[in-house]
Design a protein around this ligand. Structure first.
Ligand code: NMX
Ligand code: MLT
Length: 439
């Protein structure tokens, strides 16, 4: 399979680079750690390595070195589509080169072959209480697939370290192929009571299949959105909760299913992926309170009321970014071209005008600009996916692409189990006292 061949061809050089860094330059100092960083969520400590994507605080994400506008232009497109094939993005994340259309379609064909979801997974989802959150169902479904892990099987049979990446790639392809099917099943079952298994059609690409399986009315429009959505949410370097969880759990040689299920549990937190559900809830609250798009002054007061009640304004702020998230801009651009008059979109635009000012006045958030979640729900809502507690599942389908690419490379380069060192508060206070003593 094409991804296997391409990774195998690149491996000797990458392994040499890693060896040289570890053996010849292991003592070179990269960063220092302050007390503030230890008690402040390890912000900005340069201690992770990933070549799949990088977030520049002043510019935003680059996928394999490519900013979003360049990426959307360069990747091959599905027939009669403006948005790229998701298979092309997966090729780029895994291999680091823009694929030809044939190469992107090879990945798509591989997904079509692997999209069959075992019966016991459907049974398990169907058996859960009706009110179960879709993210719980999604994480459980991924775990239920673990039984079929090639990585776990081969590890227990006794596999050599230098081939770990091969079953890791197999599992990653199987997993990413099944996720849109499982997500669509959860959607149709939970909100419409439909328990039929969705069918993945090999004639269509990943985005088109997802839109058909979801059963939205405007299937063409939604397929375009699905392609864009999965691409934009695929990766955000390695330090965010979902990516780092995948990496950490994977470093114990837990297989991709265990690792990704854990990653999804992190994504389900309201400060991370669940913010997209919270965002749309907040917009709808505004709309309901004012019977439509409010005035600037009304929105200004509503935003302050949110802050004064002790809540965050979802979709705004970021741990790394210090500008408007380019993923927000790409989605805004998509929406403005297709439905500029939509009421919720006009409201989201007004929020963009007002909330950064409110956050600046409050003076706490380091970045008062919107992140990816501030707008993604507005687009889903327009196409009829209005059950907003489902939105984080969509984020999860996309995020799998980046974190599995990182997983495969971590195994290919033989990275060790992750194990940072902790200290006690007393020890930290002693470090501070020592630093304060006159020399
Ligand atoms: N609304 C209100 N307060 C905020 C916001 C916001 N949108 N963003 C940051 N702050 C506060 C933050 O709670 C903290 O307060 P305190 O000192 O009382 O603890 C203070 O500003 C400093 O926080 P920062 O250093 O700017 O942000 P941090 O790196 O700690 O957190 C987020 C980053 C993204 C968790 C934070 O901005 C936030 O809670 N945003 C709203 C939730 C959200 O949109 N999350 C999605 C992020 C993207 N994603 O998809 O994962
Ligand atoms: C993400 O996409 O993971 C979020 O923007 C959070 C982050 O990068 O910290």
């Amino acid at each position: 399979m094409i991804l296997h061949e391409k990774i195998a061809a690149q491996l000797p050089e990458w392994r040499e680079r890693m060896k040289s860094l570890a053996k010849d330059h292991g003592e070179v100092v990269v960063d220092q750690v302050t007390v503030g960083q230890i008690v402040g969520g390890m912000r900005d400590i340069k201690s992770l390595l990933s070549d799949v994507s990088f977030v520049d605080p002043g510019e935003g994400i680059r996928f394999r070195g490519m900013p979003i506008p360049e990426l959307l232009k360069a990747l091959p497109k599905a027939r009669a589509a403006k948005m790229p094939l998701v298979g092309g993005l997966y090729y780029l994340l895994m291999i680091g080169e823009v694929p030809t259309k044939e190469q992107a379609l090879e990945v798509e064909a591989e997904w079509a072959k692997r999209a069959n979801v075992p019966d016991h997974v459907y049974k398990m989802i169907r058996s859960m209480p009706k009110e179960t959150h879709p993210m719980t169902l999604f994480a459980q479904a991924v775990l239920a697939l673990q039984n079929d892990s090639a990585f776990a099987r081969k590890y227990h049979d006794g596999m050599k370290k230098d081939v770990y990446w091969e079953p890791a790639l197999e599992d990653s392809l199987d997993l990413t192929a099944k996720l849109p099917v499982i997500a669509a099943f959860i959607y149709r079952m939970k909100y419409f009571g439909q328990t039929k298994k969705p069918k993945y059609n090999p004639k269509w690409d990943y985005g088109a299949n997802f839109s058909k399986m979801m059963g939205v009315a405007d299937k063409k429009g939604y397929a375009e959105l699905a392609r864009l959505y999965f691409i934009l949410h695929s990766d955000h370097e390695s330090g965010n909760v979902s990516a780092h969880t995948m990496h950490l759990v994977g470093s114990a040689l837990s297989d991709p299913y265990y690792s990704f299920s854990a990653s999804l549990c992190g994504l389900a937190g309201p400060l991370h992926g669940l913010a997209n559900q919270e965002c749309l809830g907040w917009l709808i609250d505004v709309k309901n309170q004012f019977g439509g798009v409010p005035t600037r002054d009304q929105l200004y007061k509503f935003a302050w009321d949110t802050l004064n009640s002790g809540k965050v304004i979802p979709g705004y702020g970021h741990a790394v970014l210090r500008v408007t998230d380019p993923r927000y801009m790409a989605q805004m651009d998509f929406a403005k071209k297709r439905f500029p008059e939509d009421e919720l979109l006009r409201l989201a635009e007004l929020v963009y005008d007002v909330v950064p000012q409110v956050l600046k006045e409050q003076g706490k958030a380091k970045n008062p600009a919107p992140n990816v979640d501030a707008i993604s729900g507005t687009l889903q809502y327009y196409y009829g996916v209005r059950e907003f507690d489902f939105y984080t599942v969509l984020f999860g389908v996309g995020r799998a692409l980046g974190v599995t690419a990182n997983y495969v490379w971590a195994r290919a380069l033989g990275w060790p189990i992750e194990r940072p060192k902790s200290m006690t508060t007393k020890m930290l206070e002693e470090v501070v006292s020592k630093a304060l003593q006159p020399a």
